[in-house]
Write a protein that binds this ligand. Sequence first.
Ligand SMILES: C[S@@+](CC[C@H](N)C(=O)[O-])C[C@H]1O[C@@H](n2cnc3c(N)ncnc32)[C@H](O)[C@@H]1O
Length: 256
Amino acid sequence: MSKSPWTPDYSKLADTYDKYRRLKPIDRLILDRLIRLADVRREREVSLLEIGCGTGNYITPLSWFIEKGIGLDVSKRMLQRAFERCREALFILADAAAVPLIPEAFDVVIAVLVIHQIWKDKRPTVFREAFRVLKPGGKLLTVTFDPDFLREHPYSLFPGVLELDLKRFCPVSELEGLLRQAGFRHVNSEEILMEMKYSSKGLLESARKKLISTVALLPEEKFKSGLGEFKRRLLSKYGEDEFPFTYKRTILVANK
Ligand SMILES: C[S@@+](CC[C@H](N)C(=O)[O-])C[C@H]1O[C@@H](n2cnc3c(N)ncnc32)[C@H](O)[C@@H]1O
């Protein structure tokens, strides 16, 4: 299994991720939207594959509503955490570019904050694999960040983060093109917005714990020196008090 240079070492980060990146209000909003877009209802007996399921933030609550759930991830440690939380789903250690499952097995495939971690050359294969394992009429739902949003986000003040993010996250229109090339039709996207309260202290703490995968990818020296500069820039732009911030994620909907 070849590792992408855009995926941080989750064998080291899994425990912190599991502890501090449990479902937040924005994730609950996304989860509700995914449930509606995928028309997940008990009586429909939906089969769902989550690629890059991580510690099970999404597959765990989803598995209450579906008939068959499988979580797939390249990180063994992340999967172990997911398995400890969720006994209703099955978990597979595999690369999303080579899904070891039969064709046309799922009604829904989801990928939440994963595609930016996959090397660009490999993304067409990942989408083709999702297409292959979906039943005709099935849906792929991909959650990501629009690069313009990342430019406005306070994390962009961390030295080196925006440059790296702009390499990893591509414009939504580019992803839509890749989805069409993989065979999907009726590809479209929608934005999920949420008004949040941020503080310099909270943002600094998340960076310190490397909860943002881009920060976790920085070489240790750059990370350490970046923390001080990040603090200085945050305080000079936002001060010490809480400030409002409009958070945004994008969901791409693709039909087979
Ligand atoms: C930011 S985490 C998101 C986890 C989960 N979807 C969530 O929202 O909490 C990204 C996950 O994608 C996984 N991942 C990265 N590249 C992958 C690949 N090629 N195939 C499968 N999983 C991958 C990582 O191991 C990690 O668990």
